[in-house]
Design a protein around this ligand. Sequence first.
Ligand SMILES: [Zn+2]
Length: 446
Amino acid sequence: MTRAILHISYIDMLIAQPIEHWIENFSVNSGSEPTEVVLPAMNHSGPIFPGIRLNMPDYVAEHPEYQLQSLIQEVRQHLPNAKIWCSINPTLALLGSLREVQVIDNHGGELERNACITNPVVHSIIDDIIGGIVAAGGDDVHGVVFQATDIYPQAASDRVTGEIQNTCFCNHCLAALKVEGYREGTAPFVKRHPERLALRIDNDGVANIVIDLHPTDGTASEWLYKNAVAQNFVSADEPLAEKLAGEYVKYLRARVEVTAKQIKRLGQKAQENGLQRAVIIGDVNLDLTTMVDLRTIDKHQAVDEVWTGSTNDVIVRDVNTPVIKFLFVRGTYIIDTFFERFYTAEHLIKRGEQADTVRGYMSRLAPKFIGANLLSGNNVMAVSYMDWLAGFIALPVFTFQDVNELIDKFLEIRGLGIGSSSTTSADGLSPEEVIKNLRDRMNRNP
Ligand SMILES: [Zn+2]
């Protein structure tokens, strides 16, 4: 039986709608009931279970029905045989802006709310989080999954004009890179910008390309150099461009080793407790915001399975680690960006912003978020033809109505509800009627 995994990444989804709603949304749109469910173990402000040193988000602390233990029981009631996973975002946004744990860019600046997975403090916190998951869920928890699609943000720097920002160069990463044979530190990443080689022009300006470190034709550095010339990021007669490509590939080869080993370290406590370990990455090749590829994860047996937005039959067939197709562009990258706005919205509300302003801010990414969702009956069927895949995973939020309901509920529990849009849908139906319609549709398409 093909695995069908329901992904509920954020507690905001369960505060807005009961789990039954998301199970039905998933079933109606995929044509199959979930065989597994991913529950959030934490959000941007804290874990959703008690018992460890970190505090729960206020609303969850006050409402035990949204705590992990209750959510697991709720899944059990609706899907007695489903395997339950708990998701962890190892960048630990809840740590705010503590320089001691943050990702450090090539200019020495730290990125707020973005801890580095190479940092031993992060390892200890993740160990505690996994311990808390085990205490809350016991034998009902099948495994933990790490959301790693944006562990190493790469961007145009907002601090240094005209510079590209590259991460991470914290002292733990520098030491780990050295162990893998890369000793140049940040030197090539200031002024010379090897990252130029991995860019492409797109609608929003520029975007990163994914890099195959083991191309079947030629070497990775030749391939990168040709890409950069074709995209006009280097000139074919720039004297050092080819050398730069060689240096960059040397760095990337060391970096993927570091990242794979660190992902393995993140799952250590899970393995000790007999839990399965999965990681969500954007692509089976090297995606620059994840800085690892499937081959290297597989080589180190860093996790038990990989869930990714983009697969490649040649590479997947070449490894032993099972691969699940995430029916969402770049896995959780856009999902995380969308929900990150919920965290920022908290601050806007505390600052006294009006409901309309907060709503406008929160819904700005909705078209991109909805547009990147690939869940459909035909796509699920297509995955079933791809015999190199072990199944699919999907997030059942794909209409503007779904998004509006999430935002309405978020505002409502913070005293900014305006009422009308949360009680009826665009076609005038109450939530109960919408769910009934979904159920009827599901019964027609079992
Ligand atoms: Zn680091």
